[in-house]
Design a protein around this ligand. Structure first.
Ligand SMILES: Nc1ncnc2c1ncn2[C@@H]1O[C@H](COP(=O)(O)OP(=O)(O)OP(=O)(O)O)[C@@H](O)[C@H]1O
Length: 223
């Protein structure tokens, strides 16, 4: 269980997140939506333990972000908005490199299978020759090497064709429903969010997304 209690983040004089509270259970996919600058990435960075909140508490499976951050970090997989790969290395070399840094180890066959699960069949090809969508799939595969319980994805399907988006969506659904992972996901694609997510949170004071989602028959929560 991910438990977020009264979380706030202030940059200078600007309060980006204001006493946000929510919980997410294993197996749930949560969508975070909101206008540009609403604070979605800020929220994911805090949940990824890459940045600290100004106030508030977070626990993941009863472990505190504040006092047990080393343990918590082992359970988190984070896919940032920007692709972070070694361009001159092949898919295999990238997977092997990041495996060395991972908490949980996998052999070459397991790494290859992880790429196949993502429908990424370019094992021997240099990353610089891959399309943007293939690079995103590789980024997601890398984030899963250490088998995190909480997976955080910041706009993972930007610039990805429909077929690949469907494949990534189906894979994320399986990860949540079969493996019990908690997935938090940001996107500006409302159709995708509505199809994939069990619950949708609207971040920021602007009720625009809330109203649009309501019109589609969703039951979003304003954070
Ligand atoms: N390190 C920082 N220092 C100061 N302000 C910051 C910092 N990081 C983000 N911000 C500000 O916080 C606000 C929220 O940014 P954030 O990137 O979380 O928004 P977002 O909802 O993810 O936007 P987008 O949809 O454009 O990706 C923005 O106004 C941004 O300028």
């Amino acid at each position: 269980m991910l438990n977020v209690q009264a979380l706030s983040k202030v940059y200078g004089k600007r309060k980006i997140l204001d006493t946000v509270s929510f919980a997410a259970k294993p197996g749930e996919i949560i969508g975070l939506v909101g206008e540009n600058g609403a604070g979605k990435s800020t929220m994911l960075h805090i949940l990824a333990a890459l940045s600290k909140p100004t106030s508030g508490t977070i626990t993941l499976h009863n472990k505190s972000y504040e006092t047990e951050s080393k343990l918590v970090k082992k359970e988190i997989g984070f896919v940032p908005q920007d692709i972070a790969l070694w361009d001159d290395f092949t898919v295999e070399e990238n997977m092997l490199f990041f495996e060395k840094l991972a908490w949980h180890h996998k052999n070459k066959d397991e790494l290859k299978q992880l790429c196949r699960d993502m429908k990424l069949d370019h094992w021997d090809e240099p990353v610089k020759t891959l399309s943007g969508g293939m690079k995103r799939k590789l980024n997601i595969a890398i984030s899963l090497i250490h088998e995190p319980n909480l997976l955080l994805l910041d706009e993972p399907t930007v610039g990805i064709d429909l077929k690949s988006r469907k494949e990534i969506g189906a894979y994320l659904s399986d990860l949540a429903k079969q493996d019990g992972k908690i997935i938090l996901y940001t996107s500006h694609d409302m159709d995708e969010i509505m199809q994939l997510c069990d619950r949708i949170y609207c971040i920021g004071n602007d009720p625009f997304y809330y109203q649009v989602l309501k019109e589609y028959g969703e039951n979003p929560v304003l954070l």
